[in-house]
Design a protein around this ligand. Structure first.
Ligand SMILES: NC(=O)c1ccc[n+]([C@@H]2O[C@H](COP(=O)([O-])OP(=O)(O)OC[C@H]3O[C@@H](n4cnc5c(N)ncnc54)[C@H](O)[C@@H]3O)[C@@H](O)[C@H]2O)c1
Length: 443
């Protein structure tokens, strides 16, 4: 059973959504402020609005039309802000969600913790490893409840998948892969010229701690993902979801080494990040993890065209958006014969079989709706328990992708000391673990 949401509860016919919220006392409600209400922020807000025990009392964005939309959905006449620090000064706000571009996450998160708010923050957790570490430390110091928006962690069917693999259900996983496949050739996100921003003040606030550069439309709404000052491309976008799911299945923490190759090979737009990329991590215990980004060709990723696959000695798990399936391996019951020029037919017959499956086929399905992740956050705000994707979990998964981006940038094979959060075989690469904020911003 998934936890009860207002939509599901209302669907049961026992109460309407409104009556559900009315039966709650004021003390049972969590009064939230939502910061960043663009593409994802709107979805996160919808996920919270599913639950009658969350009340949207404050909203913040730089775009008035996004504030209008969020206010119209809220049914509670929230106070509107364009400066998130003013929202954090509002003592009525118990908790916040942050769904601004990646380069803003660390500052807003740290300020929110210090203002005494519990925090739901979108993935990737941070732009650099050093920021993520700071976020982990501040959350611990201030004893905040934190949830990172890697929402697969709250999906029941994926909990079952992860548990099955962790318990050895498909044997020893030697290779796990995540794919981002889409053909964006030739136009990609287009090539608009730099020019004056619609508002200098808004552009400056949007940039925040990032370097001051001329305005380009592609650097803002959604497409900021393709520029390194604000994000890390699909590696830190979808790659974080995949790395986290794979780590969860494997029951492993940080990787021990990483390397990467790729580039902007075909798409003709003004992005900085690759359209084609392979990142390869090695984990202790004998597992390779691969992120394959093919954005100039859309042929299926694998036998099932799934988002992820985990190749175990006894079976392969294919993970799709709303289902998973285990396909058993067929195992030869004895060593393979030596190939010689004499008796090839017999050798082939022995190699071909008989083989037998080591496990039964298995599958699961469900939904990874953001509302489940929001539900888990609300429950933990009340109980003070750790969320399904707490800040440390989000930091380890995000850091793995960030060191992949550093391997690409430095064209290196990098060994990673995950305790010290430093590379041990390439000191120059360590300088990419942090960056200097633009004045007057300080973390
Ligand atoms: N969990 C997921 O599956 C998922 C999906 C999509 C996006 N995301 C994450 O959500 C974040 C936002 O991505 P998006 O696609 O919504 O981008 P977006 O550009 O659509 O939205 C970002 C919003 O932040 C606002 N903003 C920027 N600077 C601000 C500031 N200083 N103060 C207040 N508001 C500010 C912008 O006006 C904009 O409305 C990213 O970190 C992204 O990785 C997560």
């Amino acid at each position: 059973m998934q936890p009860l949401s207002r939509r599901n509860f209302a669907k049961s016919g026992a109460f309407t959504a409104l009556s559900y919220s009315r039966i709650l006392g004021a003390n049972d409600r969590i009064r939230m402020g939502h910061i960043g209400l663009g593409n994802r922020g709107d979805q996160v807000h919808d996920g919270f609005l599913e639950h009658g025990d969350q009340q949207t009392i404050a909203i913040c964005d730089l775009r008035p039309e996004y504030l209008d939309l969020a206010a119209s959905k809220s049914r509670s006449n929230p106070t509107r802000y364009t400066d998130y620090r003013k929202l954090l000064d509002n003592k009525e706000v118990d908790a916040v969600s942050i769904a601004t571009p990646d380069h803003w996450h660390a500052l807003m998160f740290v300020d929110a913790c210090r203002a005494g708010k519990d925090v739901y923050v979108e993935k990737p957790l941070s732009l650099t490893v050093a920021e993520g570490r700071k976020m982990v430390d501040v959350a611990a110091e201030t004893k905040r409840v934190t949830q990172v928006g890697i929402h697969r962690r709250s999906a029941r069917f994926l909990m079952e998948a992860a548990e099955f693999v962790r318990n050895g259900g498909i044997g020893h996983v030697t290779v796990a892969k995540g794919y981002h496949v889409m053909n964006e050739w030739p136009h990609g996100i287009g090539n608009p010229p730099d020019g004056p921003p619609p508002s200098e003040e808004e552009w400056d606030r949007w940039l925040g701690p990032a370097p001051k550069v001329p305005y380009n439309k592609n650097r803002t709404d959604y497409n900021f993902r393709w520029f390194y000052d604000y994000s890390g491309g699909q590696l830190t976008n979808f790659g974080v979801h995949y790395m986290d799911m794979i780590r969860w299945c494997l029951g492993k923490e940080a990787p021990a080494a990483v390397t990467a190759m790729g580039g902007k090979f075909a798409v003709q737009d003004n992005r900085e990040v690759p359209d084609t990329l392979e990142v390869l991590w090695q984990f202790e215990g004998g597992t390779l993890v691969v992120f394959s980004q093919y954005n100039a060709n859309a042929a299926p990723s694998n036998a099932q065209n799934s988002e992820m696959e985990l190749r175990g000695t006894k079976g392969t798990m294919y993970l799709h958006g709303n289902r998973w399936e285990v396909v058993p391996e067929q195992i030869l019951g004895h060593p393979r014969p030596v190939r010689t020029p004499i008796g090839r037919d017999e050798q082939r017959a022995i190699e071909r079989g008989p083989r037998k499956p080591m496990i039964e086929p298995r599958s699961g399905k469900g939904s990874a709706d953001t509302a489940f992740h929001a539900r888990n956050f609300l429950d933990c705000v009340k109980s003070r328990a750790k969320c399904n994707c707490d800040i440390l979990t989000g930091h380890i998964s995000t850091s793995a992708t960030l060191i992949g981006a550093i391997a690409l940038k430095t064209r290196s094979f990098l060994e990673w000391d995950s305790k010290a959060e430093r590379f041990t075989n390439n000191n120059d690469a360590n300088r990419w673990l942090s960056y200097k904020y633009r004045a007057p911003y300080k973390l």
